[in-house]
Design a protein around this ligand. Sequence first.
Ligand SMILES: *[C@@H]1O[C@H](CO)[C@@H](O)[C@H](O)[C@H]1NC(C)=O
Ligand SMILES: *[C@@H]1O[C@H](CO)[C@@H](O)[C@H](O)[C@H]1NC(C)=O
Ligand SMILES: *[C@@H]1O[C@H](CO)[C@@H](O)[C@H](O)[C@H]1NC(C)=O
Ligand SMILES: *[C@@H]1O[C@H](CO)[C@@H](O)[C@H](O)[C@H]1NC(C)=O
Ligand SMILES: *[C@@H]1O[C@H](CO)[C@@H](O)[C@H](O)[C@H]1NC(C)=O
Length: 607
Amino acid sequence: MELFLGALLSACLLSFVSADFQGDALIALKSSLRASADQLKDWNQNLVSPCTWTNVKCDPSNNKYVISVSLSSMNFSGTLSPKIGVLQTLSSLTLKGNGITGEIPKELGNLSSLTSLDLENNHLTGEIPSSLGNLKNLKFLTLSKNNLNGTIPQSISGLPQLISLSLDSNDLSGQVPDLFFNLPTYNFTGNNLNCGVNFPQPCVSNGNDSGSSHKPKVGIIVGIVGGLIILLLFGGLLFFLCKRRRKGNKGEVFEDVAGEVDQRIAFGQLTRFAWRELQLATDSFSESNVLGQGGFGKVYKGVLSDNTKVAVKRLIDFESPGGDAAFQREVEMIGVAVHRNLLRLIGFCTTPTERLLVYPFMPNLSVAYRLRELKPGEPVLDWPKRKTIALGAARGLEYLHEHCNPKIIHRDVKAANVLLDEDFEAVVGDFGLAKLVDVRQTNVTTQVRGTMGHIAPEYLSTGKSSERTDVFGYGIMLLELVTGQRAIDFSRLEDEDVLLLDYVKKLEREKKLYDIVDGNLNKNYNIEEVEVMIQVALLCTQASPEDRPPMSEVVRMLEGEGLAERWEEWQHVEVTRRREYERLQRRFDWGDDTVHNQVAIELSGGR
Ligand SMILES: *[C@@H]1O[C@H](CO)[C@@H](O)[C@H](O)[C@H]1NC(C)=O
Ligand SMILES: *[C@@H]1O[C@H](CO)[C@@H](O)[C@H](O)[C@H]1NC(C)=O
Ligand SMILES: *[C@@H]1O[C@H](CO)[C@@H](O)[C@H](O)[C@H]1NC(C)=O
Ligand SMILES: *[C@@H]1O[C@H](CO)[C@@H](O)[C@H](O)[C@H]1NC(C)=O
Ligand SMILES: *[C@@H]1O[C@H](CO)[C@@H](O)[C@H](O)[C@H]1NC(C)=O
């Protein structure tokens, strides 16, 4: 049996994994066009599918596939990114009236759904790519008022749907192919073109001449035939998808390849696995397949019968009062959180004595592994990757906190729970599990689920967590990324800094930034970027939860916005706090027990 939910619960804002390639392409376009900081501000591929972005429209029937991009008169000066060639569903692309330079990328010929392309009034140079002849649905092609040269590619004359062709005011030369004069509307003036080989033709027609009389009929016929073909294809696709679904598609694991249809149409769809299936996949939960052990149970590596690699989490000490149904509801909630930086739940399994969750296997394991458990010969996590991970993890948490309703609090953010996909993109795992395990069963002191050194003081003292508890954990994770060290490490006892946070704060105060950074990086990093990360980390780990920035702000600060002001404030508060602390310390003269007390205070908080 499978669960279908998505629309029903809609716990999180829709963020389709399949939309990412579209978002990526549009972001590439935005950056190649050199959009200024205040243009297209909401183009952020990590939050939601690009369907909510300004100047972008998606197919209204599914609100998933981009069909129109319209960026007229925005004073861009850059070039056209070839990446937009992946937008297979794009029907209309308008970029007229900008200052776009460079050539028309031949990849535009991949936009097989395009019906209208308007690049009028830019500074485009080079030749018209002959690949535009592949745009079998193209009706309107407008390249007027550019600096295009060379001849008109013959391939364009074969476009079956073309109604209007405007190439006027360029530097085109040579003959205009005869076929073009059958078009209802065309304009070739303002070039060095020779209109008409066999008999002279006007270089312009606005649609009301003889050529237009029969063309529309052809258009209609082609339209009807095309429509039928599309209907048939669509029917076939539906059939295919239904069949897949009935089979139980445990297969789909990683992100879609560009242009491939999302294989799970109902994205909140989870597979219920049989116990036997998972037992086989993990070789009877063999110890040799253990990938790790967290607060909620062991994780095993497994291979399903269709060769999909998975990670199977076997929950321990659960006791759900609502039984199976309650468990399934919680599992569904987790299943709806879909984001490129969150580990996506594939399915689950319940028996009277077992509860298991099935996730995709992450080939590069976890950040903790990459920082501290590398086998000889495995490469060190370089600085650019660490930066990407910091931002990715922040985006994943931002999504859980700010785009899920009810919001999902992770409760155990740390380097070991940030996994890495094949591209070393951060994928936050282990979220939403707290409710799956009945905390009342275990004794009072372990009510707090989390990992020492990562837990925010207020969570330890009151047992109450909020998204700001996660922000704290995230801050410590940043420190792990910079230093490569553990959050608690008794080998730092000599320096009286068992806690990583204290250790970094001290070095930061003494302006010994270089001593903070992971020695494994071999000085291959940018010290300003390190500084940013440390500052963000210290802001996130402030003692009082209200002072910590929300994750959306963390994302912005990592992207370089608004950190300076926050940091100034922090330093001010910190200096005051520190003076007070030193005053108290002098009064009580803790002597040799300092280290001990520091830890003890951290552990017991104000309980
Ligand atoms: C367009 O951009 C240029 C710089 O690329 C700038 O000098 C000019 O003021 C802008 N014009 C408008 C109308 O924004
Ligand atoms: C896109 O176009 C380029 C050049 O025209 C071609 O090499 C490439 O294979 C195309 N990609 C896809 C996904 O169709
Ligand atoms: C077209 O213009 C480019 C420069 O923009 C030049 O390199 C190329 O030789 C020109 N081609 C023709 C056929 O004039
Ligand atoms: C054809 O192009 C020329 C030059 O760009 C323009 O002045 C004229 O208005 C156009 N004619 C039509 C019918 O579009
Ligand atoms: C098209 O119609 C306009 C009036 O709408 C007229 O002025 C023009 O001469 C016509 N062109 C041709 C080629 O018939």
